[in-house]
Design a protein around this ligand. Sequence first.
Ligand SMILES: [Zn+2]
Length: 268
Amino acid sequence: MAADAHAHPFDLAGRLPNAEQERRRLGIPCAASAWNGEQFAYQEELARKAREEGAVPMALCFALHPQLPALKDPPFSLNARPFAPLLDMLETLAVQGRLNAVGETGFDLYNDVFRATEAVQDELFAAHLETALRCGLPLVLHVRRAMHKVFALTGPLKKLPAVVFHSYSGTAAEGEALLRRGVNAYFSFGASILLNHKTAIRSSAVLPLDHLLLETDAPYQPLRGREFSRWADLPEILRGLARIRQESAAELEAATDRNFFTVFSKPR
Ligand SMILES: [Zn+2]
């Protein structure tokens, strides 16, 4: 079965308690994103069990989500400096070799609420980038209306083993330009290509096969008529991408699987 390059198993379990059984039954390797200690501990335990029991693997990612500074509730107010403990945690996990990637980090300038936190997002991103560079880890990016910021960073991004654009919303030309400039970019597509997002559909149609990934972003990107996204959506997303690209689903599955393991295998 195809691999899921971006999901939140802790949050998914809140909606679907037997989600991990579904993942194993379908045989979906996944990259699990966490932004706090509770999520990470839960996902690290799932990954450990999967490894011990010879089940389909789970890769582990950690980062402070770029939307966190915009959340109203404490401790994420702009005035406080609440991020230090989480950045320390990122550093510890990375140095101890417990991460397959740093993410999801990036920039969200989608609306005024998020734009108001741009300076904090910049500061957080710089810390994540620094850790990823030092530990030789791939970066998983969340980017909304902020591709200009990514292009301003191609110098350092080029030095990373891989840069995954989760739910890629840039244009095909932007994606191709990043590759030409030497960034080992991977473009991950999920529900948006089945929900008529024109830019995502166009990008997913033409970006090179050896730089494509699939994702559910479970539970956060439901397909039409559903409450949340889950592992069982991945075959539909795979078939959707096969239709868009006019390629066989089997070929696409093999390629995206290969890409997944290239990106998320632990660095030595
Ligand atoms: Zn996500």
